[in-house]
Design a protein around this ligand. Sequence first.
Ligand SMILES: *[C@@H]1O[C@H](CO)[C@@H](O)[C@H](O)[C@H]1NC(C)=O
Ligand SMILES: *[C@@H]1O[C@H](CO)[C@@H](O)[C@H](O)[C@H]1NC(C)=O
Ligand SMILES: *[C@@H]1O[C@H](CO)[C@@H](O)[C@H](O)[C@H]1NC(C)=O
Length: 211
Amino acid sequence: MRFPSLAYFLPLHAFFTTINAQDTSLAAVKAAFDAADLPEDIFLTFDPSVLLEVTFPETSGKDIILHAGIHVPQNDTAGPPSFAVIGHAGKGPFVVAAIDPDAPTPQDPTDAEIRHFLGANFFASVDEPVQHLTNVTPAISEFIQPTPPAGSPAHRYTFLLFNQPPGFNSQTLVNSSTSVENFNLSSFALATGLGHPIGGTFMLVAPEPTT
Ligand SMILES: *[C@@H]1O[C@H](CO)[C@@H](O)[C@H](O)[C@H]1NC(C)=O
Ligand SMILES: *[C@@H]1O[C@H](CO)[C@@H](O)[C@H](O)[C@H]1NC(C)=O
Ligand SMILES: *[C@@H]1O[C@H](CO)[C@@H](O)[C@H](O)[C@H]1NC(C)=O
């Protein structure tokens, strides 16, 4: 068991009063990823330097801001989610990816990873505690709502933020007509120079109970 270092908390302390549900500690996010075996299962080192805030708009009730490991009802995940950065990441550009490593089931993820979102050319709003991300080009893969199949345990829908390397816009490995199944974000990141994520979070979504 690692104790979160005080250094992680100090720069973010100011936000504790305005934020209730979302991630507020880098150490806690990292611990949640480790406890869920995510770095191992997605073949990426996860040592975040900023928080990635992922917000799902809701038609009734309050918008849902993820924290790492939150359970979200399937029918609240229509999205598309919006993204923001808390911490010192600079203005961008950034790449945001969302993957499901548990399709069709965590026990037998033969379709994984499913690419639920892939967008580049995100830029951060400046001089705000929560720096909203806006992409100036259409996403490569638009957001797809989670639909874990009946009988499956909850899937780990994982959102990751990367610094965008020069030349990323010229990558030809994935485009809007590439199958979203059997994606490997790790090998994609290696091939395109994305490297390892600088931030991320994840939600657990189970199949909607059938009546
Ligand atoms: C979502 O599912 C919950 C529980 O199954 C249900 O109570 C709620 O009405 C549903 N919401 C919508 C928008 O369908
Ligand atoms: C997407 O990539 C495939 C395979 O590289 C290619 O055949 C296809 O033309 C591309 N589609 C678009 C819309 O660029
Ligand atoms: C995904 O790519 C990584 C290399 O980055 C590799 O180690 C791993 O085995 C690949 N995963 C699958 C399921 O092929």
